[in-house]
Design a protein around this ligand. Structure first.
Ligand code: UDX
Length: 384
Protein backbone atom coordinates (compact mmCIF):
# COMPACT_ATOMS: atom_id res chain seq x y z
CA UNK A 1 0.00 0.00 0.00
CA UNK A 2 1.22 3.48 -0.88
CA UNK A 3 1.63 5.95 1.90
CA UNK A 4 0.49 9.56 1.64
CA UNK A 5 4.15 10.50 1.41
CA UNK A 6 4.57 8.29 -1.67
CA UNK A 7 1.55 9.86 -3.29
CA UNK A 8 2.87 13.34 -2.58
CA UNK A 9 6.20 12.47 -4.15
CA UNK A 10 4.42 11.12 -7.19
CA UNK A 11 2.33 14.29 -7.50
CA UNK A 12 5.46 16.41 -7.23
CA UNK A 13 7.14 14.39 -9.96
CA UNK A 14 4.13 14.79 -12.21
CA UNK A 15 4.02 18.53 -11.48
CA UNK A 16 7.61 19.07 -12.50
CA UNK A 17 7.09 16.97 -15.62
CA UNK A 18 4.11 19.13 -16.54
CA UNK A 19 6.14 22.25 -15.96
CA UNK A 20 8.89 20.94 -18.20
CA UNK A 21 6.39 20.03 -20.89
CA UNK A 22 4.87 23.48 -20.73
CA UNK A 23 8.26 25.11 -21.01
CA UNK A 24 9.35 23.02 -23.94
CA UNK A 25 6.21 23.96 -25.85
CA UNK A 26 6.90 27.65 -25.86
CA UNK A 27 9.13 28.48 -28.79
CA UNK A 28 10.37 32.04 -29.00
CA UNK A 29 11.43 34.00 -32.05
CA UNK A 30 15.25 34.08 -32.35
CA UNK A 31 17.12 36.82 -30.55
CA UNK A 32 20.74 37.88 -31.04
CA UNK A 33 23.12 37.15 -28.23
CA UNK A 34 24.44 40.19 -26.43
CA UNK A 35 27.04 40.16 -23.66
CA UNK A 36 25.16 41.28 -20.55
CA UNK A 37 26.97 44.62 -20.32
CA UNK A 38 26.09 45.66 -23.87
CA UNK A 39 22.43 44.87 -23.52
CA UNK A 40 20.26 47.92 -23.20
CA UNK A 41 17.34 47.96 -20.77
CA UNK A 42 14.48 49.44 -22.69
CA UNK A 43 11.03 50.50 -21.50
CA UNK A 44 8.25 50.72 -24.08
CA UNK A 45 5.08 52.38 -22.85
CA UNK A 46 2.15 51.22 -24.95
CA UNK A 47 4.24 48.22 -25.99
CA UNK A 48 1.19 45.99 -26.38
CA UNK A 49 -0.32 48.28 -28.98
CA UNK A 50 -0.07 48.24 -32.75
CA UNK A 51 3.15 50.27 -33.13
CA UNK A 52 4.57 49.30 -29.74
CA UNK A 53 4.40 45.56 -30.34
CA UNK A 54 6.32 45.84 -33.62
CA UNK A 55 8.95 47.89 -31.83
CA UNK A 56 9.12 45.21 -29.12
CA UNK A 57 9.78 42.58 -31.82
CA UNK A 58 12.57 44.63 -33.32
CA UNK A 59 14.36 45.40 -30.04
CA UNK A 60 13.91 41.88 -28.64
CA UNK A 61 15.37 40.36 -31.81
CA UNK A 62 18.34 42.71 -31.47
CA UNK A 63 18.97 41.12 -28.08
CA UNK A 64 17.97 43.88 -25.69
CA UNK A 65 16.03 43.58 -22.46
CA UNK A 66 12.58 44.95 -23.03
CA UNK A 67 9.96 45.96 -20.49
CA UNK A 68 6.47 46.78 -21.71
CA UNK A 69 4.16 48.97 -19.63
CA UNK A 70 0.60 48.93 -20.94
CA UNK A 71 -2.86 49.40 -19.46
CA UNK A 72 -4.50 47.40 -22.29
CA UNK A 73 -6.86 50.25 -23.06
CA UNK A 74 -6.30 49.82 -26.79
CA UNK A 75 -3.37 47.38 -26.70
CA UNK A 76 -3.81 43.62 -26.41
CA UNK A 77 -1.78 40.86 -24.82
CA UNK A 78 -2.05 38.80 -27.99
CA UNK A 79 0.19 41.35 -29.79
CA UNK A 80 3.14 40.38 -27.59
CA UNK A 81 2.21 36.94 -26.28
CA UNK A 82 5.02 35.35 -28.32
CA UNK A 83 7.52 36.99 -25.92
CA UNK A 84 5.79 36.28 -22.61
CA UNK A 85 8.10 34.13 -20.49
CA UNK A 86 11.24 35.02 -22.43
CA UNK A 87 14.07 35.91 -20.00
CA UNK A 88 14.73 39.24 -21.76
CA UNK A 89 11.09 40.27 -21.69
CA UNK A 90 8.84 41.72 -19.03
CA UNK A 91 5.23 42.86 -19.20
CA UNK A 92 3.79 45.23 -16.62
CA UNK A 93 0.09 45.97 -16.48
CA UNK A 94 0.49 49.62 -15.65
CA UNK A 95 -1.24 52.89 -16.45
CA UNK A 96 1.44 55.57 -16.86
CA UNK A 97 -0.87 58.19 -15.38
CA UNK A 98 0.62 56.68 -12.20
CA UNK A 99 4.39 56.92 -11.71
CA UNK A 100 6.56 53.92 -12.53
CA UNK A 101 9.79 53.14 -10.72
CA UNK A 102 12.17 50.95 -12.70
CA UNK A 103 15.78 51.09 -13.91
CA UNK A 104 16.19 51.54 -17.66
CA UNK A 105 18.57 53.04 -20.22
CA UNK A 106 16.01 54.06 -22.84
CA UNK A 107 12.30 54.86 -22.87
CA UNK A 108 10.16 54.69 -25.97
CA UNK A 109 7.09 56.54 -24.78
CA UNK A 110 4.21 55.49 -27.04
CA UNK A 111 1.30 55.08 -24.67
CA UNK A 112 -1.77 56.97 -25.88
CA UNK A 113 -4.94 56.11 -27.74
CA UNK A 114 -4.35 57.15 -31.36
CA UNK A 115 -7.46 56.41 -33.39
CA UNK A 116 -9.79 59.44 -33.47
CA UNK A 117 -12.92 57.59 -32.20
CA UNK A 118 -10.82 56.15 -29.35
CA UNK A 119 -9.17 59.35 -28.23
CA UNK A 120 -12.36 61.40 -28.63
CA UNK A 121 -14.65 59.27 -26.54
CA UNK A 122 -12.75 59.78 -23.31
CA UNK A 123 -10.98 63.09 -23.95
CA UNK A 124 -10.06 63.61 -20.30
CA UNK A 125 -8.27 60.29 -20.16
CA UNK A 126 -6.48 61.10 -23.43
CA UNK A 127 -5.31 64.42 -22.00
CA UNK A 128 -4.20 62.81 -18.73
CA UNK A 129 -2.24 60.13 -20.55
CA UNK A 130 -0.34 62.58 -22.71
CA UNK A 131 0.26 65.19 -20.01
CA UNK A 132 0.52 63.48 -16.60
CA UNK A 133 1.73 60.29 -18.27
CA UNK A 134 4.47 62.12 -20.13
CA UNK A 135 5.52 64.04 -17.00
CA UNK A 136 5.81 60.70 -15.20
CA UNK A 137 7.99 59.26 -17.96
CA UNK A 138 10.16 62.39 -18.11
CA UNK A 139 10.54 62.19 -14.33
CA UNK A 140 11.63 58.57 -14.65
CA UNK A 141 14.06 59.50 -17.44
CA UNK A 142 15.55 62.21 -15.25
CA UNK A 143 15.93 59.97 -12.19
CA UNK A 144 17.60 57.09 -13.99
CA UNK A 145 19.33 59.19 -16.67
CA UNK A 146 17.56 57.43 -19.52
CA UNK A 147 17.06 58.80 -23.01
CA UNK A 148 13.36 59.29 -23.84
CA UNK A 149 11.75 59.16 -27.26
CA UNK A 150 8.27 60.65 -27.36
CA UNK A 151 5.92 59.63 -30.15
CA UNK A 152 4.13 62.79 -31.18
CA UNK A 153 1.90 63.05 -34.22
CA UNK A 154 1.23 64.79 -37.52
CA UNK A 155 -1.88 66.07 -35.76
CA UNK A 156 0.25 68.77 -34.12
CA UNK A 157 -0.06 70.48 -37.53
CA UNK A 158 -3.87 70.44 -37.23
CA UNK A 159 -5.66 71.21 -40.50
CA UNK A 160 -2.47 72.46 -42.16
CA UNK A 161 -2.23 75.62 -44.23
CA UNK A 162 1.27 74.64 -45.36
CA UNK A 163 1.70 71.65 -47.65
CA UNK A 164 3.62 69.39 -47.34
CA UNK A 165 4.34 69.90 -43.64
CA UNK A 166 7.92 70.54 -42.50
CA UNK A 167 8.84 70.31 -38.81
CA UNK A 168 9.23 74.09 -38.70
CA UNK A 169 5.50 74.61 -39.38
CA UNK A 170 3.68 75.60 -36.17
CA UNK A 171 0.35 74.17 -37.18
CA UNK A 172 -3.30 75.14 -37.35
CA UNK A 173 -5.03 73.46 -34.43
CA UNK A 174 -8.48 74.25 -33.06
CA UNK A 175 -7.77 74.32 -29.30
CA UNK A 176 -11.39 73.64 -28.33
CA UNK A 177 -12.52 71.27 -31.08
CA UNK A 178 -13.21 67.53 -30.81
CA UNK A 179 -9.61 66.66 -31.77
CA UNK A 180 -8.09 69.08 -29.26
CA UNK A 181 -7.77 66.46 -26.50
CA UNK A 182 -5.25 64.63 -28.69
CA UNK A 183 -3.64 67.42 -30.74
CA UNK A 184 -3.15 69.82 -27.88
CA UNK A 185 -2.02 67.22 -25.36
CA UNK A 186 0.57 65.96 -27.85
CA UNK A 187 1.69 69.55 -28.39
CA UNK A 188 2.05 70.24 -24.68
CA UNK A 189 3.86 66.91 -24.29
CA UNK A 190 6.42 68.10 -26.85
CA UNK A 191 6.78 71.34 -24.88
CA UNK A 192 7.30 69.32 -21.68
CA UNK A 193 10.00 67.21 -23.32
CA UNK A 194 11.99 70.31 -24.23
CA UNK A 195 11.41 71.87 -20.81
CA UNK A 196 12.92 68.75 -19.21
CA UNK A 197 15.74 68.78 -21.75
CA UNK A 198 16.59 72.38 -20.97
CA UNK A 199 16.02 72.48 -17.24
CA UNK A 200 16.91 68.92 -16.20
CA UNK A 201 19.23 67.87 -19.04
CA UNK A 202 17.05 64.92 -19.99
CA UNK A 203 17.95 63.54 -23.42
CA UNK A 204 14.80 63.66 -25.53
CA UNK A 205 13.87 62.64 -29.07
CA UNK A 206 10.55 63.59 -30.73
CA UNK A 207 8.99 61.62 -33.58
CA UNK A 208 5.99 63.16 -35.33
CA UNK A 209 4.29 60.10 -36.73
CA UNK A 210 2.07 60.37 -39.82
CA UNK A 211 -0.74 57.91 -40.64
CA UNK A 212 0.59 54.37 -40.18
CA UNK A 213 -1.00 51.02 -40.95
CA UNK A 214 -0.15 47.33 -40.97
CA UNK A 215 -0.71 44.00 -39.27
CA UNK A 216 -1.89 44.16 -35.62
CA UNK A 217 -4.01 47.25 -36.16
CA UNK A 218 -7.18 46.57 -34.24
CA UNK A 219 -9.74 45.23 -36.65
CA UNK A 220 -12.32 47.65 -35.35
CA UNK A 221 -9.89 50.41 -34.64
CA UNK A 222 -12.01 52.92 -36.55
CA UNK A 223 -9.26 54.35 -38.73
CA UNK A 224 -9.51 54.57 -42.44
CA UNK A 225 -7.25 51.68 -43.52
CA UNK A 226 -8.76 49.14 -41.12
CA UNK A 227 -12.31 50.30 -41.89
CA UNK A 228 -11.88 50.04 -45.65
CA UNK A 229 -10.21 46.60 -45.50
CA UNK A 230 -12.86 45.20 -43.18
CA UNK A 231 -15.69 46.67 -45.26
CA UNK A 232 -14.23 45.25 -48.46
CA UNK A 233 -13.59 41.79 -46.99
CA UNK A 234 -17.17 41.68 -45.73
CA UNK A 235 -18.56 43.13 -48.96
CA UNK A 236 -20.10 46.06 -47.08
CA UNK A 237 -20.34 49.67 -48.23
CA UNK A 238 -17.10 51.62 -47.94
CA UNK A 239 -17.77 54.74 -45.89
CA UNK A 240 -16.16 58.01 -46.97
CA UNK A 241 -16.45 60.69 -44.31
CA UNK A 242 -17.24 63.66 -46.54
CA UNK A 243 -16.60 63.41 -50.28
CA UNK A 244 -13.29 61.58 -49.91
CA UNK A 245 -11.25 64.39 -51.46
CA UNK A 246 -9.22 64.88 -48.27
CA UNK A 247 -5.72 63.44 -48.53
CA UNK A 248 -3.45 61.34 -46.33
CA UNK A 249 0.00 59.78 -46.80
CA UNK A 250 0.18 56.23 -45.51
CA UNK A 251 3.25 54.65 -43.97
CA UNK A 252 3.78 50.92 -43.46
CA UNK A 253 4.58 49.89 -39.89
CA UNK A 254 8.04 48.40 -40.64
CA UNK A 255 9.23 51.70 -42.07
CA UNK A 256 8.06 53.53 -38.97
CA UNK A 257 9.84 51.10 -36.63
CA UNK A 258 13.11 51.61 -38.52
CA UNK A 259 12.64 55.36 -38.23
CA UNK A 260 11.94 55.24 -34.49
CA UNK A 261 15.04 53.17 -33.73
CA UNK A 262 17.23 55.38 -35.94
CA UNK A 263 15.91 58.49 -34.23
CA UNK A 264 16.50 57.11 -30.73
CA UNK A 265 20.11 56.32 -31.68
CA UNK A 266 20.83 59.58 -33.49
CA UNK A 267 22.17 62.83 -32.10
CA UNK A 268 19.38 64.89 -33.61
CA UNK A 269 17.26 66.39 -30.84
CA UNK A 270 14.59 68.44 -32.63
CA UNK A 271 11.25 66.95 -33.79
CA UNK A 272 11.40 64.65 -36.82
CA UNK A 273 8.55 63.77 -39.18
CA UNK A 274 8.24 60.03 -39.78
CA UNK A 275 5.84 59.26 -42.60
CA UNK A 276 5.56 58.19 -46.19
CA UNK A 277 5.23 61.20 -48.52
CA UNK A 278 3.12 59.34 -51.11
CA UNK A 279 -0.16 61.21 -50.92
CA UNK A 280 -3.59 59.80 -51.80
CA UNK A 281 -7.14 61.05 -51.50
CA UNK A 282 -9.30 58.96 -49.19
CA UNK A 283 -11.42 58.10 -52.23
CA UNK A 284 -8.36 56.78 -54.07
CA UNK A 285 -7.50 54.67 -51.05
CA UNK A 286 -11.01 53.21 -51.08
CA UNK A 287 -10.71 52.11 -54.72
CA UNK A 288 -7.18 50.73 -54.25
CA UNK A 289 -8.28 48.56 -51.32
CA UNK A 290 -11.54 47.46 -52.96
CA UNK A 291 -9.78 46.53 -56.22
CA UNK A 292 -7.12 44.60 -54.38
CA UNK A 293 -9.68 42.56 -52.46
CA UNK A 294 -11.71 42.17 -55.63
CA UNK A 295 -15.19 42.81 -54.31
CA UNK A 296 -17.68 45.16 -55.91
CA UNK A 297 -18.90 46.84 -52.75
CA UNK A 298 -20.17 50.39 -53.04
CA UNK A 299 -18.32 53.49 -51.94
CA UNK A 300 -20.75 55.77 -50.12
CA UNK A 301 -20.49 59.22 -48.54
CA UNK A 302 -21.20 59.88 -44.90
CA UNK A 303 -21.10 62.99 -42.81
CA UNK A 304 -17.76 64.80 -42.73
CA UNK A 305 -15.77 64.71 -39.48
CA UNK A 306 -15.50 68.02 -37.66
CA UNK A 307 -12.08 69.68 -38.03
CA UNK A 308 -10.86 66.82 -40.24
CA UNK A 309 -7.49 67.85 -41.75
CA UNK A 310 -8.02 68.33 -45.49
CA UNK A 311 -4.49 67.59 -46.69
CA UNK A 312 -1.61 65.82 -45.03
CA UNK A 313 1.81 64.88 -46.32
CA UNK A 314 5.13 64.87 -44.49
CA UNK A 315 8.19 66.76 -45.60
CA UNK A 316 10.85 64.20 -44.66
CA UNK A 317 13.98 66.16 -45.59
CA UNK A 318 15.17 66.15 -41.96
CA UNK A 319 14.75 62.39 -41.51
CA UNK A 320 16.59 61.74 -44.78
CA UNK A 321 19.43 64.04 -43.87
CA UNK A 322 19.91 63.30 -40.19
CA UNK A 323 18.71 59.70 -39.87
CA UNK A 324 19.50 58.51 -43.37
CA UNK A 325 15.94 57.17 -43.29
CA UNK A 326 13.17 56.98 -45.81
CA UNK A 327 10.18 54.69 -46.22
CA UNK A 328 10.67 51.64 -48.44
CA UNK A 329 7.33 49.85 -48.54
CA UNK A 330 4.86 50.91 -51.25
CA UNK A 331 1.17 51.31 -50.50
CA UNK A 332 0.16 48.28 -52.56
CA UNK A 333 2.73 45.99 -50.87
CA UNK A 334 1.81 47.24 -47.43
CA UNK A 335 -1.93 46.99 -47.97
CA UNK A 336 -1.49 43.47 -49.32
CA UNK A 337 0.32 42.36 -46.15
CA UNK A 338 -2.31 44.07 -44.01
CA UNK A 339 -5.17 42.43 -45.89
CA UNK A 340 -3.54 39.03 -45.31
CA UNK A 341 -3.41 39.75 -41.60
CA UNK A 342 -7.05 40.85 -41.51
CA UNK A 343 -8.10 37.70 -43.38
CA UNK A 344 -6.25 35.50 -40.89
CA UNK A 345 -7.74 37.30 -37.91
CA UNK A 346 -11.26 37.05 -39.31
CA UNK A 347 -10.80 33.32 -39.91
CA UNK A 348 -9.44 32.87 -36.42
CA UNK A 349 -12.58 34.53 -35.10
CA UNK A 350 -14.82 32.30 -37.10
CA UNK A 351 -13.06 29.17 -35.87
CA UNK A 352 -13.06 30.32 -32.29
CA UNK A 353 -16.76 31.03 -32.44
CA UNK A 354 -17.37 27.56 -33.85
CA UNK A 355 -15.53 26.07 -30.90
CA UNK A 356 -17.72 28.08 -28.58
CA UNK A 357 -14.75 30.15 -27.42
CA UNK A 358 -14.90 33.87 -27.03
CA UNK A 359 -13.92 35.90 -30.04
CA UNK A 360 -10.30 36.84 -30.35
CA UNK A 361 -11.21 40.07 -32.00
CA UNK A 362 -10.23 42.96 -29.87
CA UNK A 363 -13.42 44.65 -28.84
CA UNK A 364 -13.16 48.22 -27.91
CA UNK A 365 -15.39 49.40 -25.13
CA UNK A 366 -15.61 53.06 -24.46
CA UNK A 367 -14.74 53.72 -20.88
CA UNK A 368 -16.24 56.46 -18.82
CA UNK A 369 -15.23 57.81 -15.46
CA UNK A 370 -14.86 55.25 -12.67
CA UNK A 371 -16.98 52.78 -14.50
CA UNK A 372 -16.16 49.14 -14.26
CA UNK A 373 -16.51 47.38 -17.57
CA UNK A 374 -15.49 44.12 -19.16
CA UNK A 375 -12.54 44.50 -21.47
CA UNK A 376 -11.24 41.35 -23.08
CA UNK A 377 -12.81 39.10 -20.44
CA UNK A 378 -11.21 40.91 -17.60
CA UNK A 379 -12.44 43.52 -15.19
CA UNK A 380 -10.80 46.75 -16.01
CA UNK A 381 -11.19 49.86 -13.97
CA UNK A 382 -10.25 53.22 -15.30
CA UNK A 383 -9.69 56.06 -12.92
CA UNK A 384 -10.09 59.70 -13.68
O1 UDX B 1 -14.28 54.95 -42.40
C1 UDX B 1 -13.60 55.96 -42.54
C2 UDX B 1 -12.58 56.35 -41.62
C3 UDX B 1 -11.89 57.51 -41.87
N1 UDX B 1 -12.14 58.27 -42.97
C4 UDX B 1 -11.36 59.49 -43.27
O2 UDX B 1 -10.05 59.08 -43.56
C5 UDX B 1 -9.10 60.05 -43.12
C6 UDX B 1 -8.12 59.40 -42.18
O3 UDX B 1 -8.77 59.08 -40.99
P1 UDX B 1 -8.10 58.23 -39.81
O4 UDX B 1 -9.13 58.10 -38.75
O5 UDX B 1 -7.52 56.99 -40.35
O6 UDX B 1 -6.87 59.08 -39.31
P2 UDX B 1 -6.62 60.67 -39.18
O7 UDX B 1 -5.67 61.04 -40.24
O8 UDX B 1 -7.88 61.44 -39.10
O9 UDX B 1 -5.95 60.77 -37.76
C7 UDX B 1 -4.74 60.08 -37.49
O10 UDX B 1 -3.73 60.96 -37.70
C8 UDX B 1 -2.41 60.68 -37.29
C9 UDX B 1 -2.27 59.84 -36.06
O11 UDX B 1 -1.60 60.53 -35.02
C10 UDX B 1 -3.49 59.24 -35.51
O12 UDX B 1 -3.34 57.86 -35.56
C11 UDX B 1 -4.81 59.56 -36.09
O13 UDX B 1 -5.34 60.51 -35.25
C12 UDX B 1 -9.94 61.15 -42.48
O14 UDX B 1 -10.15 62.17 -43.40
C13 UDX B 1 -11.24 60.48 -42.12
O15 UDX B 1 -12.33 61.37 -42.10
C14 UDX B 1 -13.14 57.89 -43.86
O16 UDX B 1 -13.39 58.58 -44.88
N2 UDX B 1 -13.85 56.76 -43.63
Amino acid sequence: EETIQDLKTKIDELKSKLEELEKSHKVYPKVKFFPLNDQKRILITGGAGFVGSHLVDRLMREGHRVTVADNFFTGTKSNIEHWIGHPNFELINHDIVNPLYIEVDEIYHLASPASPPHYMYNPIKTIKTNTIGTINMLGLARRVKARLLFTSTSEVYGDPEVHPQPETYWGNVNPIGPRACYDESKRVAEAMCYAYAKQERVQVRIARIFNTYGPRMNLNDGRVVSNFILQSLRNENITLYGDGSQTRSFQYIDDLVNGLVSLMNSNYTKPVNLGNPDEYTVHQLATIIRDMIGNRNEIIMKEKMEDDPQRRKPDITIAKEHLNWEPKVTLTDGIQRTVEYFRRELNKNKNNQHNGETSNMHNFYYLSANEEVEVKNKNYKIEL
